[in-house]
Design a protein around this ligand. Structure first.
Ligand SMILES: Cc1cc2nc3c(=O)[nH]c(=O)nc-3n(C[C@H](O)[C@H](O)[C@H](O)COP(=O)(O)O)c2cc1C
Length: 218
């Protein structure tokens, strides 16, 4: 059985042969410009859910967990939004150092980001929340994120009450909904090729406004 699975995995398709080029000599001096270039190419190229990224966090004891979130904005930081009362919200308070990973399979591209997460201004969190679909807002306020549903009837009642609350006040945003910014310390761009010689470029922050670039062996 195990070897059948191994065979299945070995025969799984890898990348489409028509992959974009990545000329590391032409890369900008800082990573945010390149990130936006790659993100734009992913959106223009029809990559599925290009804004889905893995957020990895760890608690005080070093236990790591990861989950998918949506990238909400990029300026000098990478933004996501979630409940500060969720397990990840607790972990972010215990250890703000996080990793973000984006994988755009259609273009054979991966971006790895390490940095420090901090809550953004309240008005950014409120604007993020009120821009969400009313049903998503109701789900977010009905019960704490990731809490066990021990009583489905009570959960349904809480959801109905939350829907009414949202319908009554379109501007309502709960205090725990938080837009977090991840200030990057390291960003790595990885490009698959048709051969086996993937191209990797890493940016390391050397001071608040400058970055060192290194091409990495695949
Ligand atoms: C494609 C996708 C996008 C998601 N986007 C978000 C998001 O933007 N914010 C969020 O809180 N959870 C999002 N989730 C759900 C999270 O993966 C996760 O289940 C939830 O945040 C609870 O995580 P926690 O228990 O580690 O706190 C998304 C899941 C998927 C698959």
């Amino acid at each position: 059985m195990t070897s059948e699975i191994r065979q299945l995995l070995r025969s799984a398709k890898v990348f489409h042969p028509d992959l974009p080029d990545f000329d590391t000599d032409a890369a900008p001096d800082e990573p945010m410009t390149l990130f936006v270039e790659w993100l734009t190419a992913a959106i223009d190229g029809g990559v599925g859910q290009p804004h889905a990224m893995t957020l990895s966090t760890s608690d005080r004891a070093g236990a790591v967990t990861a989950r998918t979130l949506l990238l909400k904005d990029v300026d000098d930081a990478f933004w996501f939004a979630t409940s500060s009362l969720s397990p990840k919200g607790r972990q972010l308070r215990e250890n703000p150092r996080v990793a973000l990973t984006l994988f755009w399979r259609e273009q054979g591209r991966q971006i790895r980001i390490c940095g420090e997460a901090s809550p953004g201004p309240r008005d950014v969190s409120t604007a993020d929340f009120t821009a969400r679909h009313p049903d998503s807002r109701a789900v977010a306020i009905a019960m704490p994120q990731s809490s066990p549903v021990d009583d489905p009837a009570a959960a349904d009642a809480a959801l109905d009450a939350a829907k009414t609350r949202i319908a009554d006040d379109d501007e309502f945003a709960p205090d725990d909904w938080t837009a977090f910014r991840v200030a990057p310390m390291q960003v790595e761009f990885w490009q698959a090729t048709t051969g086996r010689d993937q191209v990797r470029l890493r940016y390391d922050r050397t001071d608040p406004s400058s970055w060192a670039k290194s091409v990495l062996w695949p």
